[in-house]
Design a protein around this ligand. Sequence first.
Ligand code: SF4
Ligand code: SF4
Length: 540
Amino acid sequence: MTEQTPTPEQLVSIDYKPPRKSWLDPTVEFRKGTYCYSGVPKHVEYLGLPNPREWQPFEPDWKLPPDWKRIILDGMKDRLDKYRSFRLFMDICVRCGACADKCHFYIGSGDPKNMPVLRAELLRSVYRRYFTTAGKLGRLAGARDLDENVLKEWFYYFYQCTECRRCSVFCPYGIDTAEITMIGRELLNLVGCNINWVIEPVSNCFRTGNHLGVQPHGFKDSIEFAVDDLEEITGIKVDPPINKKGTEILFIVPSADYFASPHYYTLLGYMLLFHEIGLDYTFSAFASEGGNFGLFTSHEMIKRLNNKIYSEAKRLGVKWLIGAECGHMWRVLHQYMDTMNGPGADFLEEPVSPITGTRFENARATRMVHICEFTADLIKNNKLKLDPSRNNHRKVTFHDSCNPARAMGLFEEPRYILKSVCNHFHDMPENTIREQTFCCGSGAGLGTDENLEMRLRGGFPRANAVKYVKEKFDVNMLTCICAIDKATLPGLLEYWVPGVEVGGVHELLANALVVEGERERSTDLRGDSTEQSGAETTDA
Ligand code: SF4
Ligand code: SF4
């Protein structure tokens, strides 16, 4: 937090009274703390994206190409022709308002243009003006001319949407505002209006295979470091292969797992688990990133980044894949992969657990199994020896990360694992979890520092639900299965609910996992003492 960061008391006094000016007025104030900085030219250039240049959103001159308006309208026409969903979402909203109060950015800011319905109207008003007959009536029909102020307003609000899809759960027509935001960002990209927190990781991914630009030797060093740490804590020396050809499984992690904390403890967890069950797997130093920031850039970029995982699976000659605790990797796999780089990854086999014999029919198309599905199946078949009392110092709740929850319905498996490895588990209120889960407020490339105020506002509903279980059950750990969540929730909780740590499901699994030949453990994977007992208080 900086000196300029408002206090929680200041942020929570939210004014929900709509402003006097019409919503058709596009003027926005780029106030520090509420917007993200522009894409750095060298990264824009590296990706071959248009109009690389020095500029910032708060400057009056955005240095747009002379024919920017034509480029945007042509781009809109192309996408209306190409994506049936986009045209449908532009046409069918009845403005019923069911989505209006469901967005965490609206709840946390009180800005009506953060209501999903109004966020979509920013684009829809231009669609009406140029692509419908009624639009000739202009403002009467809710239509607006496209001008620079409208473009700037798009930038401001489409980079205040985390593409979390909570609003779509409540829309009677199934309108997915995240898809509208994606098109909005794609159009902005056509004239070079993007943010660096998205563009730099994407460019790094093309150079080195991961968001941070870690090179193969750096990746190897990180894994070796983790091997040493695990040995120190447990007395067990694991031997994780990297780039090994002909193994049964390729294991894909988000890069934060091997360079950031608290992700790192989850990485230790996977490695210990795989050692204990004798899994025949390999990491890849090339497909060293599960995350796909293409999702926050354009459909074309999603496709290019997703392809890397499957190219590497082919090169290494594996049979199928396991994917780690990552968020948007799973959204891309479940919602886009099969049509973008499919259908089907036929050179791979339908996944079958070598330990339990379970056939993962749900992964028939992607050939990739979520680590929580894989581990829950091991526990269900009594293949793991677990001592949940080793997590007695943790009173645990679970944040359903938006993408695994809403894009693939992964609600029960993480909870099943947690309840098997912890004696104290408490869910947050029903309307804040599972498909109604509240976003961390920092997804979709918004997890940077310059927009911290907006992130703290957007994360307020999530933090509020954590506060509830902290006060009611003394919860001191929020678990989740997404790298962005693990990166951003610690700061959010420190601000709104101090005293609650953030961890991964496989971190707690490994704390409880009794490994053959291990030394007696007096600390968890973080080195924290486990010397605290408690009665069983797991929620049903
Ligand atoms: S709930 Fe759906 S139909 Fe109703 S205003 Fe929102 S987007 Fe439009
Ligand atoms: S997708 Fe999420 S962030 Fe975007 S408008 Fe809907 S609820 Fe808000």
